[in-house]
Design a protein around this ligand. Structure first.
Ligand code: ADP
Ligand code: MG
Length: 678
């Protein structure tokens, strides 16, 4: 019988029922699954080091011979320690083993081995704890597989070898020949063989590049195809109209970026296919004006618009801004939020249903039952990352196929935006309105806090306000070293800021209470607001000029940038003070980046590089497929290439229906099915 990647794994020599069951636990059922059960990483035994060449903290292989062994030392029941001294011709190294009686006993005095582990320097040489032991003549890259109990790396290697032989060393290649050529990729067979049994560092690199590209390619195809399906719906075109009355009402000159993005949006709106656009712009780049321009255009075509904000304060603020802007233009704005009195809500619902209000602004209340629009044509969501995709879709269901404009203040690197919002087109507001004073940012150590507080106090005396953000609400046992908002607010009121009005805001407060405190701050009845990160989201208090962040090393860069965006919104010079006692050089570097740049995109790129995409604002929710080899952050360049290659292929075969793309189409579909939808 011919064995193919689709064959059951039990057809492989050496894999019986029992082992097949173990493989099942790893999600490996077919020969193809086994061939794609890639090593997690490798032990590099190609160039073992000498003890004196190894570096502090390095994971490395060292060749040395055994000098002496201590006998077993029982620390307590079930815990024995063995010490082994090894040496090369220049230095020696002390090895510590726990409970590895057999391994230690099999080491022969005077014989050479390779020890692989984490090296630390000691006066006379070095030290390793529980290193792996290999014969001195071992060479090459040893794969390390994701394992399960009962299945060792050796067994997997042997089975993979047998699988390759059984397939006649020929694995069907889903990538078209032309793509392989154009992007300098090796064949599937070569890639699979080298990923399991790399013969050199360059062979391994070639294999990885090919396999990562392949995943991104299928992923890009999957996104593009999904998006194509969404595009089939028909929307209500917005007639191009004269925007000059709107521009006149604005009261400021738009930036070139705003003009460009508005043009991109109105071009989308004019099409019979619903717009699906993400507008990304740093805090303060003027996204509201872009949204307002789109709403103005939609209203001119007799359509209604909805604008959703993630908090009540923000919704109220938007409603106020839009009301001021649109009232003179004869356009009605209604606000609908959860905490409004039933009577007010009723009035708002009526205005929306009758079409008297052309623009509805609100929170989740807008998507709840009981709100119906006369003719909803455009849905704007602000601060997208606070809304689940599902909520956006719920509002979309209120109309046939309204145009959708999503605004995000979290600058996301372009590649990541493509991944997170694969179904959206992206516009970028990469320019700030003129005459903005950049926020001055400083990194200080905790012992300078008293001075920072007197700084805040001085501003308070001049009628200007400050935020103080802490990582915790209340002190708890595990985090004694972190500053807690509640404790700090109490202390400041009694001591450093005695006489100032200090408010406290945190996520565990009831919504009504939060609103009350936020409003008091917005109306300058509170001079200092001590808060957890709940202030992160776009409230506009132009009178606030200081943002002090305690234990700043606790936060991600993007989050710090977002917090900083709360100040610098008025005409006064604003300050951001990052307080951190960290001794970690890398963390300090990270924080210093904030002091030297206000470019949100640069900060986000850096954040992505350091923390990975998993952390990026609940990234997982967005329904990403599981990628085995590729890493969105590390492999961004390859993602760009694969995306381009996918677009080129879809030009020729838009639905992936050509027979030569059958395998590719199949794999793409399978990959997209692994995406967790939430
Ligand atoms: P964000 O992009 O953070 O939502 P906003 O839309 O709230 O920013 O705009 C921030 C502030 O800048 C608002 O007070 C707005 O009126 C003002 N603004 C927006 N565009 C311009 C511009 N082109 N020139 C001057 N001020 C502007
Ligand atoms: Mg905004």
């Amino acid at each position: 019988m011919e064995i193919t990647p689709d064959s059951d794994i039990r057809y492989i020599k050496g894999v019986g029922e029992k082992r097949a069951a173990l493989y099942g636990r790893l999600g490996v059922f077919t020969v193809g699954d086994l061939l794609e059960h890639y090593p997690r990483d490798y032990i590099d035994l190609t160039a073992p080091k000498s003890i004196s060449d190894a570096e502090e903290g390095e994971l490395c292989a060292i060749r040395a011979s055994v000098d002496a062994k201590t006998s077993e030392q029982r620390i307590r029941r079930g815990l024995s320690v063995y010490k082994v001294r090894v040496a090369d011709d220049r230095a020696d190294m002390l090895l510590t083993f726990f409970n590895m009686k057999y391994a230690v006993e099999s080491l022969e005095i005077g014989k050479e081995y390779i020890f692989y582990g984490l090296f630390s320097k000691r006066f006379t040489g070095g030290e390793m704890t529980a290193p792996e032991i290999f014969p001195a003549e071992e060479n090459g890259y040893l794969p390390r597989y994701p394992l399960t109990e009962g299945l060792s790396g050796k067994m997997i290697s042997a089975n993979v070898k047998a699988a390759l032989e059984a397939c006649g060393e020929q694995i069907p290649d889903e990538l078209p020949e032309a793509v392989l050529k154009q992007y300098f990729l090796c064949s599937k067979t070569e890639a699979v063989r080298s990923i399991h049994f790399p013969e050199s560092a360059s062979a391994l690199a070639r294999a990885k590049r090919r396999l990562i590209f392949e995943e991104f390619f299928e992923f890009s195809l999957g996104l593009a195809l999904t998006r194509g399906k969404n595009r089939a719906a028909t929307g209500i075109p917005v007639r191009p109209c004269d925007l000059r009355p709107f521009f006149g009402a604005l009261g400021f000159e738009l930036t070139d970026a705003q003009k460009r993005v508005i043009a991109e949006c109105t071009a989308d709106l004019a099409k019979p296919v619903p717009m699906n656009r993400l507008v990304q712009g740093d805090v303060g780049s003027g996204k509201t004006a872009v949204a307002a321009a789109c709403m103005y255009a939609a209203v001119q075509s007799g359509l209604q618009c909805a604008m959703m904000a993630p908090t009540e304060v923000l919704a109220a603020q938007h409603a106020e801004t839009l009301e001021k802007l649109f009232a003179p233009l004869g356009i009605g704005v209604a606000l609908l939020t959860g905490s409004m009195k039933e009577k007010q809500k009723e009035a708002a619902r009526d205005a929306i249903a009758s079409g008297l209000a052309q623009i509805a602004v609100g929170t989740h209340a807008l998507i709840q039952e009981g709100v119906s629009f006369r003719e909803l044509g455009l849905v704007v969501t602000d601060e997208q990352h606070r809304f689940g995709v599902r909520q956006r879709l719920a509002l979309m269901e209120k109309a046939r196929s309204p145009h959708a404009l999503v605004m995000s203040a979290t600058p996301i690197p372009r590649t990541l935006a493509f991944v997170m919002y694969g179904d959206l087109d992206v516009s970028v507001l990469d320019e700030m309105p003129k005459n903005r004073l950049p926020v001055k940012t400083y990194l200080i150590e905790p012992d300078l806090l008293p001075r920072a507080m007197s700084f805040i106090r001085k501003f308070a005396d001049h009628g200007l306000q400050s935020y103080i953000v802490c990582p915790l609400i209340e002190q708890n046992e595990e985090n004694l070293s972190l500053t807690a908002a509640a404790d700090l607010a109490e202390r400041l009121t009694g001591q450093e800021l005695a006489g100032c009005s200090v408010g406290l805001l945190h996520g565990k407060m009831k919504p009504g209470e939060k609103e009350r405190v936020m409003r008091a701050f917005a109306e300058n009845r509170l001079q200092v607001l001590v808060s957890t990160t709940v202030v992160e989201v776009g409230v506009d208090v132009p009178n606030a000029v200081v943002m002090l962040i305690e234990d700043a090393d606790r936060f991600g860069l993007s989050q710090l940038h977002q917090l900083r965006g709360r100040v610098g919104r008025g005409t006064e010079q604003s300050y951001c003070i990052l307080v951190s006692g960290t001794r970690n050089a890398e963390t300090q570097e990270r924080l210093k980046l904030l002091c030297s740049t206000s470019d949100g995109f640069r900060i986000a790129e850096q954040d992505l590089r350091m923390r990975g995409p998993g952390d990026f604002f609940g990234f997982r929710q967005h329904g990403l497929p599981t990628l085995k080899m590729a890493d969105m952050a590390r492999d961004m360049k390859l993602l760009e290439l694969a995306k381009q290659a996918a677009a080129e292929l879809l030009e020729k075969d838009p639905d992936l229906k050509l027979p030569e793309h059958a395998l590719l189409s199949d794999r793409t579909e399978r990959l997209m099915r692994t995406a967790a939808v939430s």
